[in-house]
Design a protein around this ligand. Structure first.
Ligand SMILES: [Zn+2]
Ligand SMILES: [Zn+2]
Length: 251
């Protein structure tokens, strides 16, 4: 039975190596790995798992804050009138928030892509409360100028299927749950998204590259990392495409 001897010995060795590397008590297998703490900041996720290569984040896309777009029977419904993003007069769109499962699969160790793909319409990333980020365009790649009139009291709105999203600063996260200089989520390429301020100073587009980011140490990444910043002028979250290679989102 030479065959058995030759296969069992390396397998046993591998088990010993893996056991030594383990840092928690979760079972060692090929589909689960430790989720780094930084992803646990996505408090609105319904689950966060890792396979060691990708982080998989699931969300039901229900904002944890009041909105004029919840059905009036919902406890988080709150009517809204007056001024929204950048001084616009709020004009409610005909859609209502609907629960839906979004599954974001993002690289655990993001790297710069050699070709920077454009961001698609629809979800381009996930914020801390599980609501997706959208890019700087409305349907048909039209500018947000008119659509932004429909941003609610926390600067989000639902599209036709009820999918709630943020194209600009998620005001509830920057003023209630976190701060204007906090980590606010991740784009699909795995790079983190930060708020509109840094060291007490408002970040402007001129501080950022074509993709709307730059690289330096942050509170969450003391060794430095490329990260996006949200600003209050177009393109708001992302510029000319993903800095890294985007993962996937299924909906
Ligand atoms: Zn929109
Ligand atoms: Zn920065």
């Amino acid at each position: 039975m030479k065959f058995i001897k030759f296969t069992v010995a390396p397998l046993a060795l591998l088990c010993i190596i893996l056991a030594c590397k383990k840092t928690d008590t979760s079972p060692t297998n090929t589909t689960s790995a430790v989720v780094p703490d930084v992803y646990k900041k996505i408090y609105g996720a319904t689950s966060i798992t890792s396979d060691g290569t990708y982080i998989t984040i699931k969300s039901n896309d229900l904002p944890d804050h009041v909105s004029a777009y919840y059905n009036s029977s919902n406890s988080l419904y709150q009517s809204f009138s007056g001024t929204t993003f950048n001084g616009r007069t709020f004009s409610k769109n005909p859609n209502s928030i609907a629960s839906q499962t979004l599954t974001f699969k993002i690289p655990l160790n993001p790297v710069e892509a050699t070709t920077h793909a454009s961001t698609p319409l629809g979800p381009i990333g996930v914020s801390l409360n599980g609501v997706p980020f959208f890019n700087q365009y409305a349907a048909m790649n039209a500018p947000l100028t008119n659509e932004a009139n429909g941003f609610d009291q926390y600067y989000g709105h639902p599209q036709q299927s009820g999918q709630y999203h943020y194209h600009v600063e998620p005001l509830y996260l920057t003023t209630v749950k976190a701060t204007k200089s906090s980590l606010l989520g991740f784009l699909l390429d795995g790079f983190p998204v930060y708020g509109p301020e840094e060291n007490g100073v408002t970040v402007s587009n001129s501080n950022l590259d074509a993709y709307h980011g730059h690289k330096h140490a942050t509170a969450d990444y003391p060794n430095g990392i490329y990260h996006y910043h949200i600003t209050n002028t177009d393109p708001y979250i992302n510029g000319s495409g993903f800095y890294g290679t985007a993962g996937t989102v299924s909906q």
